[in-house]
Ligand binder design. Structure first.
Ligand code: ASP
Length: 240
């Protein structure tokens, strides 16, 4: 489902963070990895590093048996051909087309919090561009005593304001998770404009929150005893 780069390639970013010891694993600009989040987890658990990018990350994927050809669907290829006719329209700052990030936050019975994100990034991004989903404090953050955050939107805007860390900061000083999300989005809207981000978060008690300044975001939640998640389509009108 990934979006395509200016040159028509799939390049993905992904990360996972453990709130128990603030350790994270991330990969940036990787191709030919079927589930980049699994590779991010290997970086977390089996290397001494927090972020590995490009061809060397793909070598790691081979070593861990996570490599595999990833080809765009015909629909994506068709979209790319149309957009490629007028790249300036899509690349304009803060008008970039984001659409495919999946983010998650979770807490277990022992209070361990994790956050994870995975994305193809922005349509027609420069090959080699790495977004917020690989950058701790920007697209994701987790700390057991406080909470976890996962973001989506225009990576450049998110990394400029360190959106996940802002939301974490609001929770750390006692704001409710829902208010922390709302303030985080107000902050990025003030600095970088509307239509830049959405986020989900969870606090140390398992309460969850979300907010967005984009046209739409789908959120779902699940807790013990439920056999399927409840999902909601949010639009900017639900920002109130
Ligand atoms: N945040 C992602 C990026 O800029 C895109 C998205 O959320 O869809 O790489």
């Amino acid at each position: 489902g990934s979006v395509l780069t200016l040159r028509g390639r799939i390049e993905m970013d992904a990360a996972i963070m453990s709130g128990r010891n603030l350790s994270c694993g991330a990969v940036g600009a990787v191709s030919n990895v079927r589930n980049p989040i699994l590779l991010a987890r290997r970086v977390l658990e089996e290397t001494d590093h927090s972020l590995v990018v490009g061809s060397m990350a793909e070598r790691l994927a081979e070593k861990f048996g996570l490599a595999g050809t990833v080809l765009p669907s015909n629909k994506r290829r068709e979209n790319w051909k149309q957009m490629r006719k007028n790249p300036a329209k899509y690349l304009k700052k803060n008008m970039a087309y984001a659409s495919d990030t999946v983010g998650a936050v979770a807490i277990d019975a022992k209070g361990n919090i994790a956050s994870g994100v995975s994305t193809g990034g922005l349509w027609l991004k420069l090959d080699g561009r790495v977004g917020d989903s690989a950058l701790v404090g920007a697209g994701f953050y987790a700390e057991n005593e406080v909470g976890g955050v996962a973001a989506t939107g225009i990576g450049e805007a998110i990394m400029n304001v360190l959106l996940a860390k802002i939301v974490h900061g609001y929770m750390a000083v006692g704001k409710s998770v829902m208010d922390a999300c709302k303030f985080g989005i107000e902050n990025i809207t003030a600095k970088k404009g509307p239509n830049t981000a959405g986020l989900v978060a969870i606090d140390s008690q398992g309460n969850f929150g979300y907010s967005l300044n984009t046209k739409m975001m789908i959120v779902a939640s699940m807790s013990e005893g439920m056999d399927r998640p409840t999902a909601k389509i949010l639009t900017d009108r639900s920002l109130a």
